[in-house]
Design a protein around this ligand. Structure first.
Ligand code: SER
Length: 621
């Protein structure tokens, strides 16, 4: 079975059962998700992630039953990519019920029925099982499941246990696990979460029933039905107002959610491998053409490097298509690491010719039907990758020479020097060290990196906050910059974030991530919004709050930087309530006191500053 067919089968199965198909959200989480209290996470890591506001109770415009295929990125296991199960970018197939029982005016759907209302465990589990054995034709005898065993926060999930029995699952295939294995979420420190029931497939049924957790190599987890019934919150209100960052895990409580949700997730790549009896996710149609091309280009082929290149390039392409550009901080730094690591492995493979455009074209061909933005941005994706490649190639040759000069283990100084002066992501140093039987002093390196990032933050806050010119006009232009930033997000989307800013007495200059030239209409709309906010004479306020609290309130700005515990947030709104403010930014000031004094806002020029970064010049008069 090909990926295309699996996606279609899944969507159709749930559509036939009253679900509406929603498109995949961006890999860059939108602000509404941050605002809903999950706190900012760098990437979309699960299908439920963009749905957080709706899991918390906000009505979804398409109703209570949703289904989709969501692109996701998890980089926690980046070092293990190259074996047969780890990868960074993946697609998650998921179905949701937002609230059970259904509202009184909607009939509650029965298993197999086509109701419109929410549903609970019976439907969720029965449908999962039906899909696996009747639609994907998996051998029922090779399916094992687990349910939540119960603890102080929530009871044993007897209901799921009984449902499985009733569906014919032998008791010897049902296992009870605790929170570590059978509880899902929240995405950040707080937010919706709950007990789950997981389904495993026995890929090597050599002996009788065994506990999947005792023999992980024999089982693949194929589906996870989460019953999101709790909101993990910070327990102590006093602590909350004081310093969110100090809360430890014991400082949380599990509050029952207003509505009981179902959230399921099935990894597309894994399921493809299982249904096709492929030895790994890399032997499925989403990877094979890419790996074949890598093998053809290689002078010294090895499996691990080819998988690393395929995985990292695929992730990078999807990230760039969603507006991320390589940089030295947060999202951009992860992208840079993915690109640089894959390039380094192409040299290990002996690939000397230009390979990036070939690989991009293959990925676009594999996914373009389902993710049309890849087709749209194919050229700028190639451009971003090639620019990063040429930057890195220069650095790499010199850096390796430098590395070879190091005697003995790698001190944090050495590692930092390689990072700072030769553009070596830390895992590259670690990998090289491993190949040469050297150790890296990671603990000190992390400290050194943090100190360095703090210093550059202060420096950038000085230029950003202190401004090049300290005049009234500059303060007004600075306030206009905040309005512009938010207006651009309103008009172009949440992938827009500031990458630079410079203000003189005459004009503002604002750099931001965006993939294409703005149309005249978009420019006009942006200008109009800023001018409306000026006419509304909104007040400019400032508040000093713990970083985590500012994150929770959805403050934007150069959040790629590491800030100290307390940060200054400037917010612009009708009253002094930060929650309802139009714009909220981390910032050092100074600013105008209200927007009414700014004058008329006009964009003078919009231009490209390289692939995926745009620059706007504007004035106020
Ligand atoms: N959120 C759950 C997971 O990621 C189910 O979608 O597995």
């Amino acid at each position: 079975m090909k990926s295309k067919e699996l996606r279609q089968k899944f969507l159709k199965f749930f559509e036939d059962r009253g679900h509406r198909i929603i498109p995949s959200a961006s890999l860059v989480p939108s602000e509404s998700v941050d605002l809903a209290g999950t706190q900012r996470v760098l990437f979309t890591t699960a299908g439920m992630h963009p749905l957080v506001p709706y899991l918390l109770g906000q009505p979804h415009p398409l109703g209570k039953r949703l289904v989709n295929v969501q692109k996701c990125l998890r980089t926690d296991d980046i070092d293990q990519v190259g074996d047969s199960v780890h990868n960074t970018f993946f697609e998650m197939l998921g179905n949701w019920s937002l609230g059970d029982p259904a509202s009184p005016d909607l009939p509650r759907g029965e298993a197999g029925g086509i109701g419109q209302g929410g549903y609970g465990k019976v439907e969720a589990i029965s449908w999962s099982y039906d899909f696996l054995i009747n639609h994907l034709k998996l051998d029922a005898k090779r399916i094992y499941v687990s349910v939540f065993a119960g603890d102080d926060d929530a009871p044993f999930d007897q209901e799921s246990f009984d449902i499985w029995l009733k569906l014919g699952m032998p008791e010897s295939h049902i296992f009870k696990y605790g929170k570590k294995d059978n509880w899902w979420g929240p995405v950040g420190p707080t937010g919706p979460c709950g007990p789950d029931t997981e389904m495993f497939f026995d890929i090597n049924p050599s002996s009788g029933p065994v506990d999947p957790s005792q023999d992980p190599n024999r089982f693949v987890e194929i589906w996870n039905d989460v019953f999101m019934e709790y909101d993990r919150k910070i327990k102590n209100q006093k602590a909350k107002s004081k310093n969110l960052t100090e809360i430890t895990s014991s400082g949380y409580e599990y509050v029952p959610l207003k509505q009981k949700n179902v959230d399921t997730g099935m990894g597309l790549e894994r399921m493809l491998a299982v249904v096709n009896q492929a030895p790994s996710i890399y032997e499925t149609d989403v990877f094979l053409p890419l790996l074949k091309q890598i093998e053809e280009l290689s002078a010294a082929f090895n499996v691990k490097s080819s998988r690393i290149v395929a995985d990292h390039i695929r992730s990078s392409i999807f990230l760039i298509a969603d507006g991320v550009t390589p940089s030295n901080v947060e999202r951009g730094y992860i992208l840079r690491r993915l690109i640089r690591r894959s390039i380094r492995h192409t040299s290990l493979l002996g690939i000397n010719k230009d390979f990036l455009s070939d690989l991009v074209k293959i990925v676009v061909k594999t996914y373009g039907d389902f993710y049309p933005n890849l087709v749209e941005f194919q050229n700028s994706i190639i451009d971003v990758l090639q620019k990063e490649e040429s930057k890195f190639k220069k650095a790499l040759a010199n850096g390796i020479k430098q590395f070879e000069k190091i005697k003995g283990d790698i001190t944090s100084r050495d590692a930092f020097n390689l990072y700072q002066n030769f553009g070596f992501p830390i895992e590259l140093t670690v990998e090289l060290a491993g190949e040469n039987n050297k150790k890296v002093d990671m603990v000190s390196f992390e400290k050194e990196l943090k100190a360095h990032q703090d210093l550059s933050r202060q420096a950038s806050q000085k230029t950003k906050g202190g401004l090049a010119v300290q005049s009234d006009k500059a303060a007004k232009l600075h306030t206009a910059t905040h309005l512009l930033h938010q207006a651009l997000r309103d008009v172009l989307g949440h992938h827009v974030h500031q990458t630079g800013s410079h203000i003189t007495d005459e004009r503002l200059r604002f750099d931001f991530s965006h993939h294409s030239k703005m149309t005249d209409e978009q420019l006009k709309k942006t200008e109009d919004i800023v001018n409306q906010k000026i006419q509304a004479n909104l007040k400019v306020h400032k508040k000093v709050v713990p970083k985590a609290a500012a994150d929770e309130m959805g403050a934007i700005g150069l959040f790629d930087e590491k800030y100290g515990d307390l940060v200054k947030v400037y917010y612009i709104g009708e009253n002094d309530k930060i929650e309802s403010a139009y714009s909220k930014e981390f910032c050092g000031g100074p600013h105008a006191q209200s927007t009414g004094t700014l004058g008329h806002f006009k964009i003078i020029k919009e231009e490209s500053l390289g692939a995926n970064v745009r620059r706007i010049y504007a004035t106020i008069r």
